[in-house]
Design a protein around this ligand. Sequence first.
Ligand SMILES: *[C@@H]1O[C@H](CO)[C@@H](O)[C@H](O)[C@H]1NC(C)=O
Ligand SMILES: *[C@@H]1O[C@H](CO)[C@@H](O)[C@H](O)[C@H]1NC(C)=O
Ligand SMILES: *[C@@H]1O[C@H](CO)[C@@H](O)[C@H](O)[C@H]1NC(C)=O
Length: 512
Amino acid sequence: MRRGGHKPQAKHPSGGGGVVKGMFGRLFIAAIVLLICTLSLLSTRETTQTAPSVIDVDRLWESTDSDGWRPSSAPRSDWPPPPKESNGYLRVRCNGGLNQQRTAICNAVLAARIMNATLVLPELDANSFWHDDSGFHGIYDVEHFITTLRYDVRIVESIPESKKNGKTKKIKAFQIRPPRDAPVSWYMTEALKKLKEHGAIYLTPFSHRLEEEIHNNPEYQRLRCRVNYHALKFKPHIMELSSSIVEKLREQGHYMAIHLRFEMDMLAFAGCFDIFKPEEQKILWKYRKENFAEKELIPSERRLIGKCPLTPEEVGLILRAMGFDNSTRIYLAAGELFGGERFMKPFRSMFPHLESHSTVDTSGELAKNTMGLLGSAVDYMVCLLSDIFMPTYDGPSNFANNLMGHRLYYGFRTIIHPDRKALAPLFIKRADGNTADFDAAVRRVMLKSDFGGPRKRIKPESFYTNSWPECFCQKTASNPADMCPSDDVFESLESQFDGQRSSLNLTSATDK
Ligand SMILES: *[C@@H]1O[C@H](CO)[C@@H](O)[C@H](O)[C@H]1NC(C)=O
Ligand SMILES: *[C@@H]1O[C@H](CO)[C@@H](O)[C@H](O)[C@H]1NC(C)=O
Ligand SMILES: *[C@@H]1O[C@H](CO)[C@@H](O)[C@H](O)[C@H]1NC(C)=O
């Protein structure tokens, strides 16, 4: 593989770190970074001198300019190991699909750290949409998870039974439904009180139950990144399957991965019915009624205001306008496309080299589990490792959002993130027969996006989509908060941890 293995930290050259020197604030750096990125993008383009709106496609196959920023989620200030005395056990039930669960796991680790609780291996909901009961053990490397987080929280696989007067007793976890996006203070007060009172609490459901923006504690945010980008590793068979697919795709050079979210649930959710036949519309309305809250919407307006996932044809039109030619190898990460081949055909005629995990996986393992967590996990890895990633819908798509965040952390790997709202009128004009200037207009819109470099989070962007600047650092930074931690940070964590372990004589799972 061109860019080597899966470990993000080791493979980052420090880059040109010395550009900015000591006197500016963090925001100013952000502005400079953006400016430099923009200038360098523009300059590479303008040297070609053909037109002001030419996109350098060759440049996009490479990672985006990092300007000396590199991913780093190690603590930068005092970070003691989890205390000897735990306040009790924390159980959580993570609902939703693979990526909703993934962010919930990160939140659970942070919640345990906040409360000084011992985390019980998070439970992954089996009854959700995906009908999958693999659980944490079936998807993630449990031992790696526990060991990687040993300086942060104590993790057990289940609440141990305690023996009292010869009788075994099991602590019953007190069940709580946490408020949505509960603030850190909720965990410090209400949840902590119940935890101490009962010895264990069970937070259910647990997706989006801890606020994402934590302004006064970047160490908490870095812990989230340690969980998301270091501790959560898919099991070996998933990694092997993914890399065999990636290798096959790379046999003929680079590839692009597209999350084609043109699926029934998303179309029904977004209320995008107008392009479908009456019988298809009926199916979408029915699905919407059964699964989502009632909401007034005018289908004919949804597309116009950029609320609809891009159609496969629109994806093709964007890429072609940008200058990608028909030899481009594209991996499609998606479930079942709604409307079928009728919608794929125009896309396929522009880009015939379309693959998906079912066309590339020869082991047949995925055929049995395309909709489940395994299929999602493999798609996740193939998209993460791709040279270019293109989401076609953000909104509540946890898959695309998480991947964008992970690719940033993985070394600013190119993301083509179409501004659907700006593109919608162009598509509508084109559909009305107005094709002149279409390509140039699309390019003008696309040139405004940044293709995945370091940039400030803009509300309501999720921390999981963009963890800059908390989880990034610079070797030479004008703001001390952005300075990369010293290389021996893990040694010092280890020695603190060892010091405590020997005084405790721990023989728990953390010894592994
Ligand atoms: C957690 O433990 C640390 C010591 O490691 C202590 O400073 C902190 O107050 C404790 N927090 C809670 C909520 O018990
Ligand atoms: C790709 O496009 C070129 C023209 O630009 C055409 O000659 C060729 O046949 C196309 N290849 C495929 C596989 O469609
Ligand atoms: C740890 O346990 C071992 C045996 O289990 C014992 O020999 C040793 O003295 C203990 N150390 C401490 C610091 O308690």
